[in-house]
Design a protein around this ligand. Sequence first.
Ligand SMILES: [Zn+2]
Length: 363
Amino acid sequence: MNPYDFVRLPDRVVRESVLTHEMLRGRSGRIRCSLTAITPIFIPETQAGGGTQFITARYNGGDFPVIPGSSLKGVVRCVAEAVSQSCIGLSAQLFERGAVREEYRGAITKDFATCDVGERLCPACRLFGMVSRNSHFLGKVSFGEARTTPQDFKRGTTVTLKPLMEPKPRHSAFYLPTGKVAGRKFYFHHVGALKTASQPTTFTKTLTPLEGLDQAGNPQTVLEFDVTFSNLTDYEYSLLLFSLILTDDMRHKVGGGKPLGLGTSRIEVTELWELDTTQRYRGLGARALDAGLGRVQTGTDLLSHLLKLTEPFISAPSPSVLDLQRIWRYPPAKSPTGEPVDYTYPDQKWFAENSSTPISGTP
Ligand SMILES: [Zn+2]
């Protein structure tokens, strides 16, 4: 089966004005999260994706692995975009200067182009920010770097991954089934060994990931990070929380090597501080947060808070949520014979012989 599939686009993009920072009427606070590697995970040293080593930074008196806040923000933003009526944040392939590119005319409306007017933003741009020729908005959520402790991570063995045989140029039976843009791309979770090559070639990538769960299912790599939010509406707060924790039977995919079995991760909220409404309405918002005031939630209180806020996405899921639930299901789906589904790109011969077969028809 092809290693990725698409989450359908919503019917339309809904843009609204942003509550400005000065007003401080919405929800503000801080969320502490843990990220547990389920399969091996890999974040390359350089932003361009280069390097064979997991990115590190100096803290706790040594060089330890980190996941940059920008990477975490990217992961969570992709979910928030996909499950809300949001624009396509990285849409250069489809749009140029706000208009649909020639080759996609009729396949998508220009409504889905990245927001470019700061006063009218989709939910994802309101949360995570946007930059355009005309304006920019910083966003109302910021992500700290994920760090670990010397006891909480394990470097894996160095592996040479199989070369990626992704169909290029864009294979229209996958990207434009029925003549419409299929949606947003997400990768399935794998079980079992990573897809490795017997020896390195110019097309392979060699890297040293951090380990996922051990044979007994115990975590070997856990990192921790903080998300700070300010002035969110109730809907934006729910969207952020759902995008962070998903449902019990879903996991995120983080970092490199997603089509080859890397990146399956579980994000959990471990502690949450929210500013007290009385503090907020006295206009003490920002100062109160700095001073560490506010209500802290942990344990069962936190759990019921999270369940209540993410409930709208779960009890009445949109088609997009259902698609993402299917693709990010964990444990992953099994084939009719009970074996784990083998997610791998079909070979060139298959593409040559099945040029109009949709993703669901891949072997
Ligand atoms: Zn937007």
